[in-house]
Design a binder for this molecule. Sequence first.
Ligand SMILES: Nc1ncnc2c1ncn2[C@@H]1O[C@H](COP(=O)(O)OP(=O)(O)OP(=O)(O)O)[C@@H](O)[C@H]1O
Ligand SMILES: [Mg+2]
Length: 241
Amino acid sequence: MSQDVVLRAQNLSKTLKVGEVKVEALRNVSLTIERGEFVGIVGPSGSGKSTLLGLIGGLDTPTTGTIEIDGVDITRLSERKLTRIRNEKIGFIFQAFNLIPTLTALENVALPVQFAAKRQFNPHKRAKELLDMFGLGDRIHHRPTQLSGGQQQRVAIARALANNPAIIVGDEPTGNLDSESSSVVMEALRNVRDTFNTTVILVTHDPGIAEQMERLITLVDGRITDEDARTATGTHLRVQV
Ligand SMILES: Nc1ncnc2c1ncn2[C@@H]1O[C@H](COP(=O)(O)OP(=O)(O)OP(=O)(O)O)[C@@H](O)[C@H]1O
Ligand SMILES: [Mg+2]
């Protein structure tokens, strides 16, 4: 595998059974994503976007096919090894933020570092640095309910980055935000890619967000129908948020 390929999926399919009925949520999907790409997954409701993201993130296993993350085939790993790969190589952000309500921003971001099998960072120092980077240096002792939606999602991005993953995946990460907070979160994600060369893969329904992605993968009925690898126009925003 070339060194710059961070994700290689081959002939993925996912068949789900509801009673006697089989649903083919993904059909023979193959794709390659390189380090530092800023990719959107789009398509109608029910087209398989969340299913694909779940497989890419190692949250679910395919019915057929293989997925390699950073050169490691995650398709046939034990649950224990898969958990470790998820913690070290993949950062997740969700529409509902999914922060732990009883912990402060600092503690939420430090948590994945504390759980890492091989610790690369001092948990609190790393958390402080990341929160500073996202303009939340004065909010580190706040709990999620004491933060705005946009601030909570930036804490969630900092948490996703805690172990310096190769890939960040997000399922509608701006779906619960107003347009202003949404722009701030998108700026933060571009900043992550530009600073750390992290691959960012987002599922979105929002045409305004899709427009900002450099490459779009369109799913219809469980299949990739269209791939639009746009070259970025001009320089990337490097605005600190
Ligand atoms: N746990 C499940 N059991 C059975 N079928 C499922 C399950 N999860 C998803 N599906 C089916 O798989 C297909 C793809 O679902 P998926 O959630 O990936 O779509 P999506 O593109 O993310 O849609 P949306 O935009 O509405 O979030 C759908 O037809 C859905 O009904
Ligand atoms: Mg979905």
